[in-house]
Design a protein around this ligand. Sequence first.
Ligand code: BF8
Ligand code: SF4
Length: 628
Amino acid sequence: MKKFTTVEEMEYDSKRLKETACAVCIDTWETRAENQKNHCKFGEGGICCRICSMGPCRITPKAPKGICGADAAAIAGRNYLRSIVGGAAAHSDHGREIAYVLATASRDGAYQIKDEQKCISMAKEFDIETDGRDIYDIAHELGNKALLEYGKPFGTLTFLNRATKERQETWARNKIAPRSIDRECTEAMHMTHMGNTADATALIRQGLRTSLADGWGGSMMGTDFSDVLFGTPKPVNTEANLGVLDKDKVNIIVHGHDPALSEMIVLAAQMPEYTKRAQELGAKGINIVGLCCTSNEVAMRHGIPMAGNFLQQENAVLTGAVELIVADVQCIFPALGPLSKCFHTHFVTTSPKAVIPDSEFILFEPQNALENAKKIVSMAVENFVNRNNDLVFIPERKEKATVGYSCEAIIEELDGVTNSHVDLTGTYKPLIECLKSGVLRGAVGIVGCNNPRVRPDYSHISAMKELIKNDILVVVTGCSAQAAAKAGLLDKEARELCGDGLKRVCELVDIPPVLHMGSCVDISRIVLLASKVAEQWGIRIDQLPVIGCAPEWMSEKAVAIANYVVSTGLDTYLGIEPQVNGSDQMMQLITEGTRDMVGAGFVINTDIEKLTRAMIDGIEAKRAALGI
Ligand code: BF8
Ligand code: SF4
Protein backbone atom coordinates (compact mmCIF):
# COMPACT_ATOMS: atom_id res chain seq x y z
CA MET A 1 0.00 0.00 0.00
CA LYS A 2 1.16 3.49 -0.80
CA LYS A 3 2.71 5.51 2.01
CA PHE A 4 0.87 8.79 2.41
CA THR A 5 2.54 11.96 3.68
CA THR A 6 1.64 12.52 7.33
CA VAL A 7 1.07 15.78 9.17
CA GLU A 8 4.12 14.91 11.30
CA GLU A 9 6.28 14.79 8.18
CA MET A 10 4.92 18.13 7.03
CA GLU A 11 5.70 19.57 10.45
CA TYR A 12 9.21 18.19 10.26
CA ASP A 13 9.81 20.07 6.97
CA SER A 14 8.29 23.19 8.41
CA LYS A 15 10.58 23.01 11.44
CA ARG A 16 13.62 22.72 9.22
CA LEU A 17 12.53 25.85 7.33
CA LYS A 18 12.15 27.71 10.61
CA GLU A 19 15.89 27.18 11.10
CA THR A 20 16.39 29.28 7.98
CA ALA A 21 14.05 31.90 9.45
CA CYS A 22 16.26 31.94 12.54
CA ALA A 23 19.38 32.21 10.42
CA VAL A 24 18.07 35.29 8.59
CA CYS A 25 16.55 36.72 11.80
CA ILE A 26 12.94 36.94 10.69
CA ASP A 27 9.77 36.07 12.57
CA THR A 28 7.14 33.67 11.23
CA TRP A 29 3.48 33.06 12.05
CA GLU A 30 4.46 30.56 14.74
CA THR A 31 6.42 33.16 16.73
CA ARG A 32 3.85 35.87 16.16
CA ALA A 33 0.99 33.56 17.22
CA GLU A 34 2.90 32.84 20.41
CA ASN A 35 3.31 36.59 21.03
CA GLN A 36 -0.43 37.12 20.54
CA LYS A 37 -1.39 34.73 23.33
CA ASN A 38 -3.69 35.01 25.28
CA HIS A 39 -6.34 36.45 23.04
CA CYS A 40 -8.63 39.20 24.35
CA LYS A 41 -11.75 37.56 25.79
CA PHE A 42 -13.98 40.45 24.74
CA GLY A 43 -12.78 40.17 21.16
CA GLU A 44 -13.15 36.40 21.19
CA GLY A 45 -16.70 36.65 22.51
CA GLY A 46 -17.62 39.42 20.08
CA ILE A 47 -18.69 41.70 22.91
CA CYS A 48 -16.38 44.67 22.40
CA CYS A 49 -18.14 47.45 20.49
CA ARG A 50 -16.18 50.24 18.81
CA ILE A 51 -18.88 51.30 16.45
CA CYS A 52 -19.04 54.81 17.94
CA SER A 53 -16.61 57.00 19.82
CA MET A 54 -18.57 56.92 23.07
CA GLY A 55 -16.96 53.48 23.31
CA PRO A 56 -15.23 51.14 23.05
CA CYS A 57 -17.84 49.46 25.24
CA ARG A 58 -17.16 46.02 26.65
CA ILE A 59 -19.77 43.73 28.15
CA THR A 60 -19.07 42.29 31.61
CA PRO A 61 -21.38 40.97 34.36
CA LYS A 62 -21.01 44.35 36.03
CA ALA A 63 -21.53 46.32 32.81
CA PRO A 64 -24.08 44.31 30.82
CA LYS A 65 -24.86 47.17 28.44
CA GLY A 66 -22.91 49.64 26.33
CA ILE A 67 -23.36 53.37 26.87
CA CYS A 68 -26.20 53.49 24.31
CA GLY A 69 -27.88 50.49 25.95
CA ALA A 70 -26.79 47.87 23.40
CA ASP A 71 -26.55 44.47 25.07
CA ALA A 72 -24.26 41.49 24.38
CA ALA A 73 -26.53 40.09 21.66
CA ALA A 74 -26.72 43.41 19.84
CA ILE A 75 -22.97 43.95 19.99
CA ALA A 76 -21.99 40.39 19.08
CA GLY A 77 -24.68 40.33 16.38
CA ARG A 78 -23.49 43.56 14.80
CA ASN A 79 -19.86 42.46 14.84
CA TYR A 80 -20.81 39.13 13.33
CA LEU A 81 -22.87 40.73 10.57
CA ARG A 82 -19.98 43.04 9.75
CA SER A 83 -17.69 40.06 9.35
CA ILE A 84 -20.17 38.51 6.91
CA VAL A 85 -20.15 41.78 4.97
CA GLY A 86 -16.34 41.73 4.87
CA GLY A 87 -16.36 38.25 3.41
CA ALA A 88 -19.23 38.80 0.97
CA ALA A 89 -17.65 42.04 -0.25
CA ALA A 90 -14.29 40.38 -0.84
CA HIS A 91 -15.65 37.42 -2.79
CA SER A 92 -18.11 39.53 -4.72
CA ASP A 93 -15.53 42.12 -5.64
CA HIS A 94 -13.40 39.29 -7.01
CA GLY A 95 -16.47 38.26 -9.05
CA ARG A 96 -16.92 41.86 -10.20
CA GLU A 97 -13.33 42.03 -11.48
CA ILE A 98 -13.89 38.89 -13.53
CA ALA A 99 -17.16 40.33 -14.90
CA TYR A 100 -15.21 43.41 -16.06
CA VAL A 101 -12.71 41.15 -17.79
CA LEU A 102 -15.58 39.36 -19.52
CA ALA A 103 -17.12 42.66 -20.59
CA THR A 104 -13.87 43.63 -22.32
CA ALA A 105 -12.68 40.23 -23.63
CA SER A 106 -11.70 40.22 -27.30
CA ARG A 107 -10.66 37.74 -29.95
CA ASP A 108 -7.27 39.35 -30.42
CA GLY A 109 -6.75 40.54 -26.84
CA ALA A 110 -5.16 38.88 -23.81
CA TYR A 111 -8.49 37.56 -22.53
CA GLN A 112 -10.58 35.36 -24.80
CA ILE A 113 -13.67 33.20 -24.45
CA LYS A 114 -12.65 29.59 -23.80
CA ASP A 115 -16.00 28.02 -22.98
CA GLU A 116 -18.47 29.33 -25.58
CA GLN A 117 -21.16 26.86 -24.60
CA LYS A 118 -21.15 28.05 -20.99
CA CYS A 119 -21.15 31.67 -22.17
CA ILE A 120 -24.27 31.04 -24.25
CA SER A 121 -26.10 29.12 -21.56
CA MET A 122 -25.36 31.88 -19.02
CA ALA A 123 -26.46 34.54 -21.50
CA LYS A 124 -29.81 32.75 -21.74
CA GLU A 125 -30.18 32.95 -17.97
CA PHE A 126 -29.84 36.71 -18.31
CA ASP A 127 -32.38 36.85 -21.17
CA ILE A 128 -29.73 37.85 -23.67
CA GLU A 129 -30.40 37.15 -27.35
CA THR A 130 -27.85 34.60 -28.55
CA ASP A 131 -29.09 33.41 -31.97
CA GLY A 132 -26.77 34.38 -34.80
CA ARG A 133 -24.69 36.73 -32.65
CA ASP A 134 -20.92 36.88 -32.33
CA ILE A 135 -19.79 35.19 -29.11
CA TYR A 136 -17.88 38.32 -28.06
CA ASP A 137 -20.99 40.50 -28.44
CA ILE A 138 -22.85 38.01 -26.26
CA ALA A 139 -20.01 37.97 -23.72
CA HIS A 140 -19.90 41.76 -23.53
CA GLU A 141 -23.63 42.01 -22.92
CA LEU A 142 -23.39 39.23 -20.37
CA GLY A 143 -20.55 41.01 -18.55
CA ASN A 144 -22.51 44.25 -18.51
CA LYS A 145 -25.70 42.65 -17.26
CA ALA A 146 -23.76 40.76 -14.62
CA LEU A 147 -22.22 43.99 -13.37
CA LEU A 148 -25.74 45.36 -12.91
CA GLU A 149 -26.41 42.52 -10.45
CA TYR A 150 -24.25 44.48 -8.04
CA GLY A 151 -26.52 47.49 -7.98
CA LYS A 152 -29.80 46.74 -9.71
CA PRO A 153 -32.59 48.74 -8.08
CA PHE A 154 -35.42 46.21 -8.23
CA GLY A 155 -35.92 42.45 -8.00
CA THR A 156 -33.57 39.79 -6.71
CA LEU A 157 -30.40 38.15 -8.02
CA THR A 158 -30.72 36.31 -11.33
CA PHE A 159 -28.86 33.20 -10.15
CA LEU A 160 -31.42 32.53 -7.42
CA ASN A 161 -33.37 30.86 -10.24
CA ARG A 162 -30.73 28.14 -10.19
CA ALA A 163 -31.80 27.06 -6.70
CA THR A 164 -34.54 24.51 -6.11
CA LYS A 165 -38.07 25.86 -6.09
CA GLU A 166 -38.35 25.02 -2.40
CA ARG A 167 -35.21 27.07 -1.59
CA GLN A 168 -36.43 30.04 -3.56
CA GLU A 169 -39.70 29.92 -1.62
CA THR A 170 -37.87 29.52 1.69
CA TRP A 171 -35.72 32.56 0.96
CA ALA A 172 -38.72 34.61 -0.15
CA ARG A 173 -40.81 33.57 2.87
CA ASN A 174 -38.03 34.53 5.29
CA LYS A 175 -37.31 37.75 3.40
CA ILE A 176 -33.70 36.77 2.87
CA ALA A 177 -33.66 36.53 -0.93
CA PRO A 178 -30.79 38.87 -1.80
CA ARG A 179 -31.55 41.87 -3.99
CA SER A 180 -28.43 43.45 -5.46
CA ILE A 181 -25.04 42.42 -4.07
CA ASP A 182 -23.80 45.85 -3.10
CA ARG A 183 -27.19 46.68 -1.59
CA GLU A 184 -27.04 43.79 0.86
CA CYS A 185 -23.54 44.77 1.95
CA THR A 186 -24.48 48.43 2.29
CA GLU A 187 -27.71 47.69 4.10
CA ALA A 188 -25.86 45.46 6.55
CA MET A 189 -23.36 48.24 7.25
CA HIS A 190 -26.24 50.68 7.69
CA MET A 191 -28.07 48.31 10.04
CA THR A 192 -24.97 48.03 12.21
CA HIS A 193 -24.28 51.75 12.39
CA MET A 194 -24.66 53.30 15.83
CA GLY A 195 -28.28 53.64 16.78
CA ASN A 196 -29.71 51.10 14.32
CA THR A 197 -30.58 47.41 14.61
CA ALA A 198 -30.08 45.96 18.08
CA ASP A 199 -32.22 42.85 17.57
CA ALA A 200 -30.04 39.77 17.13
CA THR A 201 -32.57 37.84 15.01
CA ALA A 202 -32.82 40.72 12.55
CA LEU A 203 -29.02 40.89 12.37
CA ILE A 204 -28.79 37.16 11.69
CA ARG A 205 -31.46 37.41 9.02
CA GLN A 206 -29.53 40.13 7.21
CA GLY A 207 -26.41 37.98 7.65
CA LEU A 208 -28.09 35.14 5.79
CA ARG A 209 -29.26 37.49 3.05
CA THR A 210 -25.85 39.13 2.64
CA SER A 211 -24.14 35.75 2.56
CA LEU A 212 -26.56 34.55 -0.13
CA ALA A 213 -25.61 37.58 -2.19
CA ASP A 214 -22.10 36.17 -2.02
CA GLY A 215 -22.75 32.47 -2.60
CA TRP A 216 -25.54 32.81 -5.15
CA GLY A 217 -24.25 36.10 -6.52
CA GLY A 218 -20.68 37.38 -6.44
CA SER A 219 -18.91 34.07 -5.85
CA MET A 220 -21.06 32.25 -8.39
CA MET A 221 -20.24 34.87 -10.99
CA GLY A 222 -16.55 34.64 -10.07
CA THR A 223 -16.67 30.90 -10.73
CA ASP A 224 -18.77 30.85 -13.87
CA PHE A 225 -17.15 33.79 -15.63
CA SER A 226 -13.72 32.32 -14.86
CA ASP A 227 -14.91 29.14 -16.56
CA VAL A 228 -16.14 31.10 -19.57
CA LEU A 229 -12.84 32.99 -19.87
CA PHE A 230 -10.31 30.37 -18.84
CA GLY A 231 -12.11 27.08 -19.40
CA THR A 232 -14.38 24.90 -17.27
CA PRO A 233 -12.10 22.61 -15.25
CA LYS A 234 -11.70 18.96 -16.15
CA PRO A 235 -9.70 16.37 -14.20
CA VAL A 236 -5.99 16.98 -14.59
CA ASN A 237 -2.97 15.58 -12.80
CA THR A 238 -0.65 17.71 -10.73
CA GLU A 239 1.54 17.59 -7.62
CA ALA A 240 1.41 19.27 -4.24
CA ASN A 241 3.66 20.46 -1.40
CA LEU A 242 6.91 22.39 -1.31
CA GLY A 243 8.73 19.63 -3.17
CA VAL A 244 7.19 21.10 -6.34
CA LEU A 245 9.74 23.93 -6.19
CA ASP A 246 12.69 23.11 -8.43
CA LYS A 247 16.15 24.16 -7.37
CA ASP A 248 17.42 24.11 -10.95
CA LYS A 249 14.70 26.35 -12.35
CA VAL A 250 13.46 29.91 -11.99
CA ASN A 251 10.68 29.53 -9.43
CA ILE A 252 7.69 31.86 -9.68
CA ILE A 253 4.83 31.64 -7.17
CA VAL A 254 1.36 32.91 -8.03
CA HIS A 255 -0.53 33.78 -4.86
CA GLY A 256 -3.97 35.20 -4.09
CA HIS A 257 -7.28 34.56 -5.79
CA ASP A 258 -8.14 36.15 -9.10
CA PRO A 259 -7.29 33.96 -12.11
CA ALA A 260 -7.14 37.07 -14.33
CA LEU A 261 -3.60 37.60 -12.99
CA SER A 262 -2.33 34.05 -12.69
CA GLU A 263 -3.60 33.01 -16.13
CA MET A 264 -1.53 35.78 -17.70
CA ILE A 265 1.58 34.87 -15.72
CA VAL A 266 1.21 31.25 -16.84
CA LEU A 267 0.78 32.40 -20.45
CA ALA A 268 3.81 34.70 -20.34
CA ALA A 269 6.01 32.08 -18.71
CA GLN A 270 5.31 29.70 -21.59
CA MET A 271 6.80 32.13 -24.13
CA PRO A 272 10.03 30.61 -25.46
CA GLU A 273 11.99 33.85 -25.10
CA TYR A 274 11.84 33.65 -21.30
CA THR A 275 12.82 30.00 -21.12
CA LYS A 276 15.72 30.78 -23.44
CA ARG A 277 16.81 33.68 -21.24
CA ALA A 278 16.48 31.51 -18.11
CA GLN A 279 18.76 28.95 -19.75
CA GLU A 280 21.28 31.63 -20.66
CA LEU A 281 21.39 32.51 -16.99
CA GLY A 282 22.09 28.93 -15.97
CA ALA A 283 18.57 27.77 -15.05
CA LYS A 284 16.95 24.70 -16.60
CA GLY A 285 13.71 26.59 -17.27
CA ILE A 286 10.82 28.31 -15.53
CA ASN A 287 8.73 26.64 -12.86
CA ILE A 288 5.39 28.20 -11.93
CA VAL A 289 3.69 27.01 -8.77
CA GLY A 290 0.70 28.28 -6.81
CA LEU A 291 -0.28 29.23 -3.28
CA CYS A 292 -3.73 29.53 -1.70
CA CYS A 293 -6.79 29.81 -3.95
CA THR A 294 -4.87 31.03 -6.98
CA SER A 295 -3.11 27.71 -6.80
CA ASN A 296 -6.44 25.91 -7.09
CA GLU A 297 -7.41 28.04 -10.07
CA VAL A 298 -4.28 27.33 -12.13
CA ALA A 299 -3.95 23.73 -10.95
CA MET A 300 -7.40 22.78 -12.16
CA ARG A 301 -7.05 24.52 -15.53
CA HIS A 302 -3.39 23.86 -16.34
CA GLY A 303 -2.10 21.27 -13.89
CA ILE A 304 0.23 23.88 -12.34
CA PRO A 305 1.68 22.34 -9.14
CA MET A 306 0.47 23.48 -5.73
CA ALA A 307 3.18 24.74 -3.37
CA GLY A 308 0.76 24.86 -0.49
CA ASN A 309 -1.95 26.59 1.44
CA PHE A 310 -2.41 29.61 3.67
CA LEU A 311 -0.02 28.84 6.55
CA GLN A 312 2.58 27.59 4.11
CA GLN A 313 3.12 30.93 2.37
CA GLU A 314 6.09 31.93 4.50
CA ASN A 315 7.60 28.45 4.24
CA ALA A 316 7.58 28.77 0.46
CA VAL A 317 9.74 31.90 0.58
CA LEU A 318 11.91 30.38 3.34
CA THR A 319 13.11 27.74 0.87
CA GLY A 320 15.33 30.52 -0.51
CA ALA A 321 14.62 29.21 -4.00
CA VAL A 322 11.81 31.57 -5.00
CA GLU A 323 12.80 34.21 -7.54
CA LEU A 324 9.46 35.97 -7.43
CA ILE A 325 6.12 35.75 -5.67
CA VAL A 326 3.29 37.69 -7.25
CA ALA A 327 -0.02 38.28 -5.51
CA ASP A 328 -3.33 39.96 -6.25
CA VAL A 329 -5.91 39.96 -3.45
CA GLN A 330 -6.83 38.22 -0.20
CA CYS A 331 -5.05 35.99 2.30
CA ILE A 332 -1.64 37.49 1.56
CA PHE A 333 0.46 37.86 4.71
CA PRO A 334 1.94 41.36 5.09
CA ALA A 335 4.80 39.35 6.62
CA LEU A 336 5.85 38.41 3.07
CA GLY A 337 7.22 41.97 2.68
CA PRO A 338 10.00 41.87 5.28
CA LEU A 339 10.50 38.13 4.73
CA SER A 340 11.21 38.46 1.01
CA LYS A 341 13.76 41.18 1.86
CA CYS A 342 15.82 38.53 3.70
CA PHE A 343 16.22 36.68 0.39
CA HIS A 344 16.68 37.64 -3.23
CA THR A 345 12.91 37.10 -3.72
CA HIS A 346 10.89 39.79 -5.49
CA PHE A 347 7.53 40.21 -3.79
CA VAL A 348 5.19 41.82 -6.33
CA THR A 349 1.73 43.13 -5.47
CA THR A 350 -0.64 44.07 -8.27
CA SER A 351 -3.97 45.28 -6.87
CA PRO A 352 -4.91 48.63 -5.33
CA LYS A 353 -7.01 46.49 -2.98
CA ALA A 354 -3.96 44.77 -1.50
CA VAL A 355 -1.17 47.31 -1.20
CA ILE A 356 1.51 45.87 1.08
CA PRO A 357 4.66 47.53 2.45
CA ASP A 358 7.99 46.15 1.24
CA SER A 359 6.45 44.84 -1.97
CA GLU A 360 7.07 46.05 -5.51
CA PHE A 361 3.76 47.33 -6.86
CA ILE A 362 2.88 46.73 -10.52
CA LEU A 363 -0.69 47.74 -11.30
CA PHE A 364 -2.41 44.92 -13.14
CA GLU A 365 -5.42 45.78 -15.28
CA PRO A 366 -7.12 44.00 -18.20
CA GLN A 367 -5.71 46.49 -20.72
CA ASN A 368 -2.07 45.96 -19.65
CA ALA A 369 -2.40 42.36 -18.46
CA LEU A 370 -0.10 40.46 -20.80
CA GLU A 371 2.44 43.26 -21.00
CA ASN A 372 2.76 43.40 -17.21
CA ALA A 373 2.73 39.62 -16.89
CA LYS A 374 5.74 39.52 -19.24
CA LYS A 375 7.45 42.18 -17.17
CA ILE A 376 6.90 40.16 -14.01
CA VAL A 377 8.16 36.91 -15.57
CA SER A 378 11.21 38.74 -16.87
CA MET A 379 11.93 40.17 -13.40
CA ALA A 380 11.87 36.64 -12.03
CA VAL A 381 14.16 35.24 -14.71
CA GLU A 382 16.74 38.00 -14.31
CA ASN A 383 16.68 37.39 -10.56
CA PHE A 384 17.86 33.78 -10.82
CA VAL A 385 21.52 34.79 -10.66
CA ASN A 386 20.92 36.57 -7.35
CA ARG A 387 19.91 33.43 -5.50
CA ASN A 388 22.01 32.73 -2.40
CA ASN A 389 22.54 28.98 -2.60
CA ASP A 390 23.71 28.84 1.01
CA LEU A 391 20.17 29.66 2.07
CA VAL A 392 18.42 27.20 -0.24
CA PHE A 393 16.58 24.27 1.28
CA ILE A 394 13.62 22.75 -0.54
CA PRO A 395 11.88 19.90 1.30
CA GLU A 396 11.56 17.01 -1.14
CA ARG A 397 8.13 15.88 -0.10
CA LYS A 398 5.30 16.11 -2.61
CA GLU A 399 2.24 14.06 -3.52
CA LYS A 400 0.40 13.31 -6.72
CA ALA A 401 -3.07 14.79 -7.10
CA THR A 402 -5.91 14.77 -9.62
CA VAL A 403 -7.77 18.07 -9.51
CA GLY A 404 -10.51 19.91 -11.41
CA TYR A 405 -13.85 18.25 -10.64
CA SER A 406 -16.28 20.94 -11.73
CA CYS A 407 -19.98 19.96 -11.76
CA GLU A 408 -19.69 19.47 -15.51
CA ALA A 409 -16.68 17.17 -15.02
CA ILE A 410 -18.43 15.13 -12.33
CA ILE A 411 -21.44 14.60 -14.62
CA GLU A 412 -19.10 13.53 -17.40
CA GLU A 413 -17.38 11.00 -15.14
CA LEU A 414 -20.76 9.65 -14.02
CA ASP A 415 -21.94 9.38 -17.63
CA GLY A 416 -18.95 7.16 -18.28
CA VAL A 417 -20.31 4.46 -15.98
CA THR A 418 -24.01 4.62 -16.75
CA ASN A 419 -24.91 1.08 -17.70
CA SER A 420 -28.51 0.77 -16.62
CA HIS A 421 -31.31 0.28 -19.14
CA VAL A 422 -32.70 3.70 -18.22
CA ASP A 423 -30.72 6.56 -19.71
CA LEU A 424 -29.16 8.48 -16.84
CA THR A 425 -26.68 10.50 -18.85
CA GLY A 426 -26.28 14.14 -17.98
CA THR A 427 -27.66 13.61 -14.48
CA TYR A 428 -26.43 12.90 -10.97
CA LYS A 429 -28.78 9.91 -10.81
CA PRO A 430 -26.01 7.27 -10.60
CA LEU A 431 -24.66 9.17 -7.57
CA ILE A 432 -28.15 9.42 -6.07
CA GLU A 433 -28.63 5.66 -6.51
CA CYS A 434 -25.40 5.03 -4.58
CA LEU A 435 -26.59 7.32 -1.78
CA LYS A 436 -30.02 5.69 -1.64
CA SER A 437 -28.65 2.16 -1.57
CA GLY A 438 -26.15 3.10 1.15
CA VAL A 439 -23.05 2.14 -0.84
CA LEU A 440 -22.25 5.78 -0.19
CA ARG A 441 -23.50 7.01 3.18
CA GLY A 442 -23.33 10.70 2.27
CA ALA A 443 -21.09 13.53 1.22
CA VAL A 444 -19.24 16.32 3.02
CA GLY A 445 -17.87 19.52 1.51
CA ILE A 446 -14.73 20.31 3.52
CA VAL A 447 -13.54 23.83 2.87
CA GLY A 448 -11.69 26.79 4.28
CA CYS A 449 -8.42 27.92 5.72
CA ASN A 450 -5.72 27.00 8.19
CA ASN A 451 -5.73 28.62 11.60
CA PRO A 452 -2.97 28.58 14.22
CA ARG A 453 -5.69 28.00 16.82
CA VAL A 454 -5.56 24.34 15.77
CA ARG A 455 -2.76 22.14 14.47
CA PRO A 456 -2.48 23.26 10.83
CA ASP A 457 -3.78 20.78 8.26
CA TYR A 458 -4.36 18.14 10.93
CA SER A 459 -8.08 18.82 11.28
CA HIS A 460 -8.63 18.80 7.53
CA ILE A 461 -6.69 15.62 6.93
CA SER A 462 -7.86 13.60 9.93
CA ALA A 463 -11.52 14.46 9.25
CA MET A 464 -11.19 13.49 5.58
CA LYS A 465 -9.51 10.17 6.37
CA GLU A 466 -12.17 9.24 8.89
CA LEU A 467 -15.03 10.22 6.59
CA ILE A 468 -13.80 8.28 3.57
CA LYS A 469 -13.17 5.29 5.82
CA ASN A 470 -16.87 5.52 6.67
CA ASP A 471 -17.95 5.53 3.00
CA ILE A 472 -18.60 9.25 2.92
CA LEU A 473 -17.51 11.04 -0.24
CA VAL A 474 -15.58 14.26 0.39
CA VAL A 475 -15.43 17.29 -1.90
CA VAL A 476 -12.94 20.04 -1.15
CA THR A 477 -12.05 23.59 -2.10
CA GLY A 478 -9.68 26.34 -0.94
CA CYS A 479 -6.88 25.63 1.49
CA SER A 480 -8.63 22.46 2.58
CA ALA A 481 -8.09 21.14 -0.95
CA GLN A 482 -4.37 21.76 -0.65
CA ALA A 483 -4.22 20.08 2.74
CA ALA A 484 -5.82 17.07 1.07
CA ALA A 485 -3.41 17.27 -1.85
CA LYS A 486 -0.34 17.43 0.40
CA ALA A 487 -1.55 14.34 2.23
CA GLY A 488 -2.08 12.43 -1.03
CA LEU A 489 -5.85 12.29 -0.61
CA LEU A 490 -6.50 13.74 -4.09
CA ASP A 491 -4.56 10.84 -5.57
CA LYS A 492 -6.64 7.97 -6.92
CA GLU A 493 -4.52 5.63 -4.79
CA ALA A 494 -6.22 7.13 -1.73
CA ARG A 495 -9.03 4.66 -2.51
CA GLU A 496 -7.03 2.30 -0.33
CA LEU A 497 -8.06 4.40 2.66
CA CYS A 498 -11.80 4.12 1.93
CA GLY A 499 -14.50 1.89 3.25
CA ASP A 500 -15.64 -0.85 0.85
CA GLY A 501 -18.59 1.09 -0.56
CA LEU A 502 -16.77 4.29 -1.41
CA LYS A 503 -13.83 2.31 -2.71
CA ARG A 504 -16.09 0.48 -5.13
CA VAL A 505 -17.66 3.72 -6.35
CA CYS A 506 -14.25 5.36 -6.82
CA GLU A 507 -12.95 2.39 -8.77
CA LEU A 508 -16.02 2.26 -10.97
CA VAL A 509 -16.04 5.98 -11.75
CA ASP A 510 -12.23 6.19 -11.65
CA ILE A 511 -12.07 9.11 -9.24
CA PRO A 512 -10.19 9.81 -6.01
CA PRO A 513 -12.32 9.66 -2.83
CA VAL A 514 -11.67 13.35 -2.16
CA LEU A 515 -12.75 15.47 -5.11
CA HIS A 516 -11.09 18.81 -5.78
CA MET A 517 -13.76 21.33 -6.78
CA GLY A 518 -11.62 24.45 -6.85
CA SER A 519 -11.02 27.67 -4.96
CA CYS A 520 -13.19 29.25 -2.26
CA VAL A 521 -15.45 31.10 -4.72
CA ASP A 522 -16.04 27.64 -6.20
CA ILE A 523 -18.06 26.62 -3.17
CA SER A 524 -20.77 27.94 -5.46
CA ARG A 525 -20.12 24.72 -7.42
CA ILE A 526 -20.82 22.69 -4.27
CA VAL A 527 -24.15 24.42 -3.53
CA LEU A 528 -25.20 23.96 -7.15
CA LEU A 529 -24.23 20.30 -7.04
CA ALA A 530 -26.25 19.75 -3.86
CA SER A 531 -29.22 21.65 -5.31
CA LYS A 532 -29.27 19.55 -8.45
CA VAL A 533 -28.92 16.33 -6.47
CA ALA A 534 -31.89 17.32 -4.27
CA GLU A 535 -33.94 18.26 -7.32
CA GLN A 536 -33.20 15.04 -9.20
CA TRP A 537 -33.80 12.98 -6.06
CA GLY A 538 -37.08 14.78 -5.44
CA ILE A 539 -36.39 15.77 -1.83
CA ARG A 540 -35.62 19.03 -0.02
CA ILE A 541 -31.98 20.01 0.06
CA ASP A 542 -31.93 20.03 3.87
CA GLN A 543 -33.00 16.37 3.78
CA LEU A 544 -29.92 15.27 1.84
CA PRO A 545 -27.21 13.31 3.69
CA VAL A 546 -24.89 16.09 2.64
CA ILE A 547 -23.21 18.66 4.91
CA GLY A 548 -20.50 21.32 4.93
CA CYS A 549 -17.45 21.57 7.17
CA ALA A 550 -14.80 24.23 7.83
CA PRO A 551 -12.49 22.65 10.40
CA GLU A 552 -9.73 25.31 10.42
CA TRP A 553 -11.47 28.43 9.09
CA MET A 554 -10.14 31.89 9.88
CA SER A 555 -11.28 34.58 7.42
CA GLU A 556 -14.38 36.77 7.10
CA LYS A 557 -14.91 35.11 3.73
CA ALA A 558 -15.31 31.83 5.58
CA VAL A 559 -18.01 33.37 7.79
CA ALA A 560 -19.89 34.49 4.68
CA ILE A 561 -19.49 31.03 3.13
CA ALA A 562 -20.64 29.17 6.23
CA ASN A 563 -23.75 31.36 6.31
CA TYR A 564 -24.67 30.83 2.67
CA VAL A 565 -24.10 27.10 2.93
CA VAL A 566 -26.50 27.05 5.91
CA SER A 567 -28.96 29.29 4.02
CA THR A 568 -28.79 26.82 1.16
CA GLY A 569 -30.03 24.19 3.61
CA LEU A 570 -26.85 22.31 4.49
CA ASP A 571 -25.73 21.91 8.12
CA THR A 572 -22.23 23.28 8.55
CA TYR A 573 -19.73 21.86 11.01
CA LEU A 574 -17.14 24.30 12.37
CA GLY A 575 -13.88 23.41 14.10
CA ILE A 576 -13.26 27.02 15.15
CA GLU A 577 -15.86 28.90 17.15
CA PRO A 578 -17.36 32.04 15.57
CA GLN A 579 -16.61 35.07 17.74
CA VAL A 580 -20.06 35.48 19.26
CA ASN A 581 -19.89 33.34 22.39
CA GLY A 582 -20.16 36.39 24.64
CA SER A 583 -23.87 36.26 23.83
CA ASP A 584 -25.92 33.16 24.60
CA GLN A 585 -28.64 34.44 22.32
CA MET A 586 -26.26 34.70 19.37
CA MET A 587 -24.85 31.23 20.03
CA GLN A 588 -28.40 29.87 20.10
CA LEU A 589 -29.28 31.68 16.89
CA ILE A 590 -26.35 30.39 14.83
CA THR A 591 -26.66 26.81 16.02
CA GLU A 592 -30.44 26.43 16.36
CA GLY A 593 -32.26 29.62 15.43
CA THR A 594 -31.43 29.47 11.74
CA ARG A 595 -32.96 25.98 11.56
CA ASP A 596 -36.45 27.48 11.85
CA MET A 597 -35.71 29.80 8.95
CA VAL A 598 -33.65 27.72 6.52
CA GLY A 599 -33.65 24.18 7.93
CA ALA A 600 -29.96 24.12 8.79
CA GLY A 601 -27.47 25.52 11.30
CA PHE A 602 -23.94 25.30 12.67
CA VAL A 603 -22.56 22.44 14.72
CA ILE A 604 -19.45 23.63 16.54
CA ASN A 605 -16.73 21.57 18.20
CA THR A 606 -13.08 22.50 18.48
CA ASP A 607 -12.13 18.85 19.05
CA ILE A 608 -11.75 17.47 15.51
CA GLU A 609 -12.34 13.85 16.51
CA LYS A 610 -15.65 14.82 18.15
CA LEU A 611 -16.57 17.09 15.23
CA THR A 612 -15.96 14.25 12.77
CA ARG A 613 -18.05 11.88 14.86
CA ALA A 614 -20.82 14.50 14.89
CA MET A 615 -20.64 14.72 11.09
CA ILE A 616 -20.99 10.97 10.67
CA ASP A 617 -23.87 10.90 13.16
CA GLY A 618 -25.46 13.88 11.41
CA ILE A 619 -25.34 12.10 8.06
CA GLU A 620 -26.74 8.88 9.54
CA ALA A 621 -29.55 10.86 11.18
CA LYS A 622 -30.46 12.40 7.80
CA ARG A 623 -30.50 8.93 6.26
CA ALA A 624 -32.70 7.59 9.04
CA ALA A 625 -35.13 10.47 8.58
CA LEU A 626 -35.37 9.59 4.88
CA GLY A 627 -35.88 5.94 5.76
CA ILE A 628 -32.83 4.83 3.77
O1 BF8 B 1 -10.39 32.04 -0.21
S1 BF8 B 1 -9.38 28.94 2.32
S2 BF8 B 1 -7.01 31.00 3.76
S3 BF8 B 1 -6.86 31.22 0.47
S4 BF8 B 1 -10.02 32.37 2.85
FE1 BF8 B 1 -7.79 32.26 2.24
FE2 BF8 B 1 -9.11 30.61 3.70
FE3 BF8 B 1 -7.31 29.77 2.08
FE4 BF8 B 1 -8.78 31.30 -0.55
NI1 BF8 B 1 -10.55 30.80 1.27
FE1 SF4 C 1 -20.83 51.70 23.03
FE2 SF4 C 1 -23.25 51.76 21.89
FE3 SF4 C 1 -21.23 53.20 20.88
FE4 SF4 C 1 -21.21 50.55 20.70
S1 SF4 C 1 -22.66 51.91 19.73
S2 SF4 C 1 -19.48 51.84 21.25
S3 SF4 C 1 -22.18 49.93 22.62
S4 SF4 C 1 -22.18 53.45 22.88
